[in-house]
Design a binder for this molecule. Structure first.
Ligand SMILES: C[S@@+](CC[C@H](N)C(=O)[O-])C[C@H]1O[C@@H](n2cnc3c(N)ncnc32)[C@H](O)[C@@H]1O
Length: 322
């Protein structure tokens, strides 16, 4: 059973590679600054990622075509023209020049999420769906002991194409023995359009196009908020704003649960310098994520009883009460 820590314990220092200028990391950083070289390296890395995923049973390219084709007609429905997109969100993410605001990112998010789940247990021969199920079950198992009253509604912030949102819905319905109202929220209309395709029965009540820090949703309107793998994509100041918004949306006693990379994870702390440098070049706010005292920021945003628990070899779940 993984250890549960209270936020009173000191936060883990960031992994060495976060600010390190390891000679090899430094060299790769310099090479990545040369645009044609960066494009070449990313192209090679991308080919490798796709080939590895397809070998492990993820139909990366075929699924991208299928999802994009079905999602394109849903773009207008998934776009709220009143939504303001913060400048930091337009950064290049995951080697997509348009970050999360493009069809390539949206059409490949499901496959990338499955590939990520497979990487969590590299020594095991899991099918992609098994790895995904195990990833989510471990997250929800860490949240479970912190829910002391029934959950009638939940909001999955940064829902992307809905992989975690649909898993959350399935878990909560089973837990409560009823049809729990679950909604998703994201800033990418393309991701939301793909989420709608992946939810043909409309099990998710609403896919909101909004910024996590300014949702426009009513005060104290939801019992549980999840932020699954979102904070490492945010500058520290945006994370603080999102936490304040989550505190506004939850009533007293409401629960916030977030899962993301674990600064205490041995796997993450031991990442070789070249890999860490490549990773940082595709995740513009990763250094800020690891440098931020997230439990402390949750406390500052108005949460209490912040608890931290490793849910798998790479990730931790933080749960707090409003
Ligand atoms: C790594 S993905 C999340 C994956 C998903 N939650 C899951 O569990 O599979 C991060 C998501 O956060 C969204 N995001 C990042 N910043 C956001 C913001 N300020 N407001 C809303 N969504 C945001 C991105 O568009 C992206 O879809």
């Amino acid at each position: 059973m993984a250890q549960v820590q209270s936020a009173a314990q000191p936060a883990a220092p960031p992994p060495n590679w976060v600010a390190s200028r390891h000679p090899l990391g430094w060299l790769i950083d310099r090479l990545l600054a040369i645009e044609p070289l960066r494009q070449l390296m990313f192209l090679q890395a991308r080919r490798l990622i796709i080939r590895t995923a397809e070998r492990r049973g993820i139909a990366w390219r075929a699924r991208r075509e299928e999802l994009q084709q079905q999602a394109e007609p849903l773009l207008a429905l998934s776009t709220d023209p009143a939504t303001t997109t913060p400048a930091y969100y337009r950064a290049r993410f995951h080697a997509y020049d348009a970050g999360n605001l493009c069809w390539a990112a949206a059409g490949e998010a499901e496959q990338a999420t499955d590939a990520m789940a497979l990487r969590v247990w590299p020594g095991e021969t899991l099918e992609p769906e098994q790895a995904q199920r195990r990833l989510r079950q471990a997250i929800f198992a860490a949240i479970e002991p912190n829910l002391t009253s029934p959950v009638r509604s939940a909001l999955d912030i940064g829902c992307s194409v809905g992989v975690g949102t649909l898993a959350l819905k399935q878990w909560l319905d089973a837990r409560e023995g009823t049809d729990v109202t679950v909604e998703g929220l994201d800033l990418s209309p393309q991701m939301l359009a793909v989420a709608r395709v992946r939810d043909p029965e409309g099990r998710i009540r609403c896919w909101h196009h909004a910024a996590a820090e300014a949702t426009g949703l009513p005060v104290a309107s939801v019992d549980l908020i999840t932020l699954q793998f979102v904070c490492h994509e945010l500058p520290a100041e945006a994370t603080r704003a999102v936490l304040r918004e989550a505190a506004r949306l939850l009533p007293p006693g409401g629960v916030l649960a977030l899962v993301d990379q674990d600064p205490d994870s041995k796997v993450i702390r031991r990442l070789p310098a070249p890999i860490a440098t490549l990773l940082k070049s595709t995740e513009p706010y990763l250094e800020e994520y690891f440098s931020l005292d997230l439990p402390g920021a949750m406390g500052e945003a108005g949460f209490r009883d912040v608890r931290s628990q490793a849910c798998d070899p790479r990730h931790r779940v933080l749960v707090a009460v409003r």
